[in-house]
Ligand binder design. Structure first.
Ligand code: C5P
Length: 312
C-alpha cells in the first residue's frame, strides 16, 4: 500500500470544523424583560458540518462557499465576524483575519448553522492568535454572540437552560440516526419567538420550563424508540403558523415509520429519527420522493463540538 502525502497547509492557516444541532426537546417559558425566553432544552450535535479556514489578514473579512452560501451576509452582521470582534475585544488583540466559511448546515434552518460559524471562528482565532483561552472561557464569550453558540463549542448532547446558553452535559448511550428535510426558504428565529408569544398570549406560566425526564431516560438507555416518542418542540406550532407547508414533511416522516419527528429549533428544517442508519436513509428517500423538501440530509448524533482539524 502506498501512502498519499498530506498536502502541507499554507503558513498560519487554521482549519476548524463545527457541527449543526437538533433540539431533542425545546420547552419555552414566558418572554422576559430582556426580550429572551427562558428555555429548558436538550441539544444534540449532529454530523452535518460547517468548515472554517482562518488565515492572517490586514482586515477582518469573510468569504463563503457551499449550499445556500449566497444567503449569508458578509458584512459586520455575519455571526463569525461578530465572534471575532468579541474575542478580539476580550483579549485586546487588534489583528485582522480572513475567514472562509464552507457551509454544510442549512442557512436559517433551525440547526444553528450561523452559530456553528461563530463557534468555529472563536476556536480558529484562538489558535491563530495563540490566545490560549480555556474551553469554559470560550464558552462564556460564545454566549455574547448568540444563544446556541456555547452548545456548538461543547458538542455531544447537553441540557441548555437560561437562553439556552447555560449548559450541562447529558449522559447518553449509543448513536442516533437522523434524516432532515431542508427547505430553501428560511425562518427568522426572532419571528418564530414572536409568533410563539402571539399563540400563547398571556397564558404561559412561570419563567422556568421543566426538564424533560422521559427524554433524559431514553438518552441514558440509548433507546431510540423511547427517544422518538419523547421528541418535543414548543416552538413547532409557531413555526407551522409562519410556514404551514411544514405539516407535509412531518406527515411524510410519520407515515414512513419514523420513531419520532419534530421541527428542529425554530425551523423550518424537520428532523426525523430512524431506527437505524438504513432506516434514516429510507426516511430521507421518502422526503425526496414526496417532494416535501428542497434538500435532504442524513446524519448521526451525538458528535463532538467545534474543533481544530489542522493548524500550522
Ligand atoms: O441569541 P440569538 O441571537 O441567537 O437569538 C435570536 C433571537 O431569538 C433573539 O433576538 C430573540 O428574539 C429570540 N430568542 C428568544 N429566547 C431565547 C433565544 C432566542 O426569544 N432563549
Amino acid at each position: 500500500m502506498t501512502l498519499t502525502p498530506v498536502e502541507p497547509l499554507p503558513e498560519h492557516e487554521v482549519r476548524v470544523r463545527a457541527p449543526g444541532k437538533v433540539n431533542l426537546s425545546l420547552r419555552v417559558g414566558a418572554r422576559q424583560e430582556d426580550g429572551y425566553h427562558p428555555l429548558s432544552t436538550v441539544f444534540q450535535a449532529v454530523s452535518v458540518y460547517e468548515e472554517v479556514v482562518a488565515t492572517p489578514s490586514d482586515a477582518r473579512t469573510v468569504t463563503l462557499s457551499g449550499v445556500q452560501a449566497e444567503l449569508v451576509p458578509t458584512d459586520a452582521s455575519n455571526l463569525a465576524l461578530r465572534a471575532v470582534e468579541v474575542l478580539a475585544r476580550h483579549t485586546g488583540i487588534d489583528d485582522g483575519v480572513h475567514l472562509h466559511l464552507d457551509k454544510g448546515v442549512p442557512v436559517a434552518g433551525g440547526m444553528a448553522g450561523g452559530s456553528a460559524d461563530a463557534a468555529a471562528a472563536l476556536v480558529a482565532c484562538d489558535a491563530l492568535w495563540h490566545t490560549g483561552l480555556s474551553r469554559p472561557e470560550l464558552i462564556e464569550l460564545a454566549a455574547e454572540v448568540g444563544s446556541d453558540v456555547p452548545f456548538i463549542l461543547m458538542g455531544h448532547t447537553a441540557v441548555g437552560q437560561g437562553r439556552g446558553h447555560l449548559l450541562t452535559p447529558a449522559l447518553t448511550r449509543g448513536e442516533f440516526h437522523w434524516a432532515f428535510a431542508v427547505q430553501d426558504r428560511g425562518l427568522s428565529t426572532s419571528a418564530v419567538y414572536a409568533a410563539f408569544d402571539e399563540v400563547h398570549g398571556g397564558s404561559l406560566g412561570g419563567p422556568d420550563p421543566e426538564l424533560d425526564v422521559p427524554l433524559m431516560q431514553a438518552l441514558r438507555a440509548g433507546d431510540p424508540r423511547a427517544l422518538g416518542a419523547a421528541l418535543h418542540n414548543d416552538l413547532q406550532v409557531a413555526s407551522l403558523e409562519l410556514d404551514p407547508l411544514l405539516a407535509e414533511p412531518l406527515t411524510v416522516a410519520t407515515d414512513a415509520g419514523a420513531l419520532g419527528v419534530v421541527v428542529s429549533g425554530s425551523g423550518p428544517t424537520v428532523a426525523a429519527l430512524g431506527r437505524s442508519r438504513q432506516h434514516a436513509l429510507a426516511l430521507a428517500a421518502a422526503f425526496t420522493a414526496s417532494g416535501v423538501a428542497d434538500r435532504v440530509l442524513t446524519a448521526t448524533g451525538p458528535v463532538s463540538g467545534a474543533r481544530v482539524l489542522a493548524a500550522d
